[in-house]
Design a protein around this ligand. Sequence first.
Ligand SMILES: [Zn+2]
Length: 541
Amino acid sequence: MTIEIYDTTLRDGAQGVGINFSVSDKLRIAEHLDTLGVTVVEGGWPGANPTDTEFFAAMRTRPLRNATLAAFGATRRAGVRPQDDPQLRTLLDSMAPMVTLVGKTWDLQVVDVLRTTTEENLAMIADSVRWLVAEGRRVVFDAEHFFDGHASDPVYALRCLDAAVSAGAERVTLCDTRGGTLPDQVETVVRDITARFGSIAGIHCHDDSGCAVANTLAAVRAGAVQVQGCINGYGERTGNANLCTLIPNLQIKMGMRVIDEEQLARLTEVARDVAEIANISPPLSAPYIGQAAFTHKGGQHIDAMSKASYAYQHIDPARVGNRRHSVITQQSGRGTVLEKAAGFGVDLTQDQALARRVADEVKRLEHSGHSFEGAEASFELLVHRARGNVAPFTLIDYIALVEQREGRSLVCEATIKVQIGELVVHTAAEGNGPVNALDAALRKALSPAYPEIGATQLFDYKVRVLDGRDGTAAGVRVLVESGDHHRRWSTVGCSPNIIEASWSALADAFEYAIIAARERSGLSGEHLEIVRLEREAAAAG
Ligand SMILES: [Zn+2]
């Protein structure tokens, strides 16, 4: 059976707290949704704000390849003909082939909010739908507050749907607008609607009771043929039904045809890219697509997973484009080190002693306050160093100064001395804080020999104050997230002193950037040595 996926990330999702899409953000997301294979992309409410109006104008020159574009709006105002309602005109002018009209189906709201009669509301639904259909648009009717309306006055709620269907709406979407309905109630109501109107119902759930996904699945079981939701469950208040959970549940667990398997395998990438565009951290523990969804931490679990991958995973993560991870912690043994190293292309199975040494070093460092759980790049460097690989640079010394004199603004300056091959480089730089100044000075020192770090930037800097334990002094742990055009990586530093902790996280970040760029370039060690010597010579003038 085929289920239509109706995405409303660009309209309902954009109502989420902390979300602010620009026109270009919306265009990029629409493209992602189109490649993912959703049936409908709801672009927004043209006329309601300049961003949405501009978005629809831009979409005229870049049509979607797979999905249908829908414009969202409301039924006509009371006492006005559809052709005289400027809001309905704007929907037509958007040129979107599909129009989704929201209308009231709850008698109380018609009287209290719309301030009109229940009969006029029925005419508003029918007239608006009929006019848009006559103008050549496909129409979806979003029955707002449907479940509340149905509970309050089922006869009236059904008359509203009937008005839309008789006027030519191709779908009636039952909305749990307040998100307070539970799955069994949803299932009963949708079953009744399907029995009366046939396979025409869509479902639109909000997560205020934590049941948006469960409610949507219940509706599908009861005959709904269209599911509405948002990527990463963005949306008003607690969010909309999460499409990144719904799509795999429908396809993998319920055997529905939703999108192609190759498209499903891009789900994780799409979820993370959309999070990136929304400027919200990708959801860590989200089902299917979260970084933690297939991550194993306990030693016993990791051991079991190495024997039978079904032990603690409900599906093969590759089906949704995710990966299995194991986390390095002080409970990790040699087995985890072997698996992690294999993850970045280093085979340690022939050197069990080295794996043991790395595991012991992890234990020692984590005991002193490091945490490699969120700093995979620092762990990778640990393995590189244990294998005797030469670091691209070594620190000789540094000075970080913070100065404020006679009420003038704060000045931060850092001076560092590093050795790169045979060359000693001495640089100084200013910054808006001591860490920023160190970052700038180190960048200046390394750039001539390693121009690839030019593309590297710092994305996040987190400090955690650690309790003193087992006689060690209280200290801080610094986590730095850096990245370039290709990827992101995290490094850790730990010390009783915040500058020292920051320095070691920063130094790891740059070292990792250089090593990763080398590996990407695919040059042999010998060739790289020549490149490095040439660069040194150039830097020395
Ligand atoms: Zn909604």
